[in-house]
Design a protein around this ligand. Sequence first.
Ligand code: FES
Length: 187
Amino acid sequence: MSREIHPAVVGAQPFQTAERGQFDGPIFKTKEGRLRLEMALTRYPDKRAALLPILHFVQEKKGWIETSDMEEVAEALEVTPAYVHSIVSFYTMYNQHPVGKHLIQVCTNISCHLNKGDEVLECFLEETDTRQGEISSDGEFTVIEAECLGACGFATVVQVNDRYLEGVTPENVSNILDELRAGSHKR
Ligand code: FES
C-alpha cells in the first residue's frame, strides 16, 4: 500500500490520484485489497454495513464496478450479489460502465444553467470529441451531464473525479483539459 490511511476514510481515498487498472484479478486477493477490506470492517458492527466504502474502494482502483467485482464484494461481505447490484444501481456515483481516466460531470441545473452550464457541457464534449458517456479516443476523458452538484453559489460547477471546479466558463474548458492531460491541474 502506497500510504497509510485511517480506517475512517477507508472508502474515501481520492480516486483522482488512484493508479487505475491494478486489479485484473480478484481484488481482495491482493495485499492492498485485503488490507482495505479489513480496515473497513473495523468501522462497522457487521460486514454488510461496510458495503458503501468497499464499493468506493473498488471504484477508486478500477474507475467502475463490474459484475465480477459485485460478486467478489458480495462474497467478502456475506451478502448476495443481487443485493450489491441493487446498491450499485441505486447510487449514481457508482459507475456501471468503464469511464475515462477523468470523469467530468457538468452541472446544468438551474443555477449553472443560468451561468452557461449547457455551453460548458457542449465545450467539454466538443473538445474531447465524445458524446455523453463515451470514453475519448486517448482514454483520458468521459463527459456527462449532472444534476445539481450542491455548490449552486459557484456556478458553473464541474466535478472531475472526486473534486469540484467552480466558476467554470466555456472559455476555461480548453485549459482545464490541457492541464488534466498534463496531470498539472491544480486542486
Ligand atoms: S445548480 Fe449547479 S451546483 Fe446547483
